[in-house]
Design a protein around this ligand. Structure first.
Ligand SMILES: [Fe+2]
Ligand SMILES: [Fe+2]
Length: 471
């Protein structure tokens, strides 16, 4: 169905035919806009930003580019087209028709999953709200704002489900989404990674590479859901998410390439002496955000995850393509667990290991990113290579939390951990150094000293294009 842009809330769900829902969402809309003014990008609300807006939900060619003031962005409700006669693809209800309404027995579970996903969307906007003040170029500034407005739209996507299918409770949850704040002591966001500070652009690029990539995997698992409106919402969100991932991956790559260049120019190869971010520091940021993002998948062994799969609310990554046994009742996964201070392999029923299977798909995908970065390093003529730590390293959630592992995942003592921590993870000094480099570059086509230019612009525009025009 095509998108109705004449409506107060743009949508392709025929909102006009459901007056009660339309009224409820139109009541929520001013609260969203005032949250955006309070917590969205600071200092740029009056500027013209070269943004893409969804004009259809057809795969390919759904985006239209043009200058928009962010508060005028047409946030709305866009679902991917319904699949004819779609059937539940896994779990205990495999083969039954998908649900167009929420079954009573899964109402709480579905609501909790949707609220948890929804909460991450405004959280990242809040985490990133000061970054505009130090953007390394207008090109990067525009990409930041594109990510921000789309996270705002993802919030709309989830709030539509809460308002449309969960009655009074859903409306209350939608209100609460605008009340929690990333990093707030009294009323924080739900997941820990979304309460972490995002004070500099290296963090932003790592966050969009690794934390937005968690989003990709969660959305893909929910796109398999038996609850069809959730599936259709997530399928369209994934098309927007792909851009966020490329902003992150390409951003890190440009910092790497610049580091290699500066290493050559610097006496003794000391990149910091010539105002760049050195490769070792980039590695530490990569390690930190990869590890932090692993926590978002939940515990390796989880009865909740088993219930989600059994009931059909959440599947695996590409359930249809990557798996043949969609019931997963008689199989096991072998997981390394800690027993008496040693790692031993234990068999866990596959359904209880669903979080770990999704995490494993994410790790594989992250390894592919590392490969591409390392190829770029190789082409730039350096021997330095980036790597990812073990999934047991520096975890705060799941079965490895509260214990110490080295980067390769071997158990070590607390003292050994302390002794090596600063060589693995960013130190206060590293962070202060990176922060000291953050200054806005606002001349079209110019880049901050510590980052290489992108290889091409947005929407076939040149890199020198004025992607953000000051009011
Ligand atoms: Fe998102
Ligand atoms: Fe995202």
């Amino acid at each position: 169905m095509s998108i109705d842009y004449d409506a107060v809330i743009p949508n392709n769900v025929d909102l006009a035919s459901d007056k009660r829902l339309q009224r409820a969402l139109q009541t929520w809309q001013p609260s969203f806009l005032s949250w955006w003014q309070d917590m969205g990008p600071e200092g740029f609300q009056a500027d013209d930003v070269y943004l893409r807006t969804a004009v259809s939900t057809e795969p390919g060619g759904w985006a239209q580019f043009g200058y928009v003031k962010m508060p005028d962005y047409r946030w709305g409700i866009f679902l991917a087209d319904a699949v004819n006669d779609r059937r539940i693809g896994f779990g205990d209800h495999m083969g039954e028709p998908v649900w167009q309404e929420v079954p009573g027995e899964y109402r709480n579970v579905l609501q909790r999953i949707i609220v948890t996903q929804a909460d991450t969307e405004p959280a990242s906007v809040e985490q990133q709200r000061h970054l505009g003040a130090t953007a390394p170029s207008l090109y990067d500034l525009r990409n930041l704002f594109q990510v921000n407005v789309e996270e705002g739209r993802h919030l709309w996507a989830m709030v539509y489900l809460l308002h449309g299918f969960f009655g009074r409770d859903g409306r209350d949850e939608a209100d609460a989404l605008l009340e929690r704040r990333a990093g707030d002591v009294d009323n924080p966001r739900i997941l820990d990674a979304f309460n972490q500070a995002c004070p500099d652009w290296l963090t932003f690029f790592c966050f969009t590479t690794f934390t937005d990539r968690d989003g990709k995997y969660q959305l893909a698992a929910l796109a398999e859901s038996a609850f069809d409106p959730l599936s259709r919402t997530c399928r369209f969100m994934l098309t927007e998410e792909a851009h966020h991932l490329s902003v992150g991956e390409d951003g890190v790559k440009r910092v790497l390439l610049r580091a290699v260049e500066l290493e050559r120019e610097a006496p003794d190869g000391d990149v910091r002496a010539v105002g760049g971010i050195d490769l070792a520091t980039i590695q530490k940021y990569v390690t930190y955000w990869f590890s932090y993002s692993l926590d978002l998948f939940g515990s390796e062994i989880s009865s909740n995850a088993a219930d989600f799969f059994a009931s059909g609310v959440k599947g695996r990554y590409r359930e249809d393509h990557e798996w043949t046994d969609h019931v997963a009742l008689d199989t096991v996964e072998r997981l390394p667990v800690m027993e008496d201070g040693r790692l031993v392999y234990r068999e866990v029923p596959t359904r209880n290991a669903m979080n770990e299977l999704l995490r494993a798909a994410y790790v594989q995908d992250s390894e592919r990113v590392l490969k591409r970065w390392n190829r770029a390093l190789e082409e730039a003529g350096t021997d330095f290579r980036l790597s990812l730590p073990s999934t047991r390293f520096f975890r705060r959630q799941g079965i490895y939390a509260g214990q110490h592992f080295d980067r390769e995942g071997q158990p070590i003592s607390a003292a050994a951990w302390e002794a090596q921590r600063d060589s693995w993870l960013p130190t206060a000094e590293d962070r202060a150094y990176v922060a000291s480099l953050m200054h806005a570059v606002t001349e079209p086509g110019k880049m901050a000293h510590w980052i290489a230019p992108p290889s091409r612009g947005i929407d076939k525009q040149p890199v020198e294009f004025e992607y953000v025009r000051k009011a």
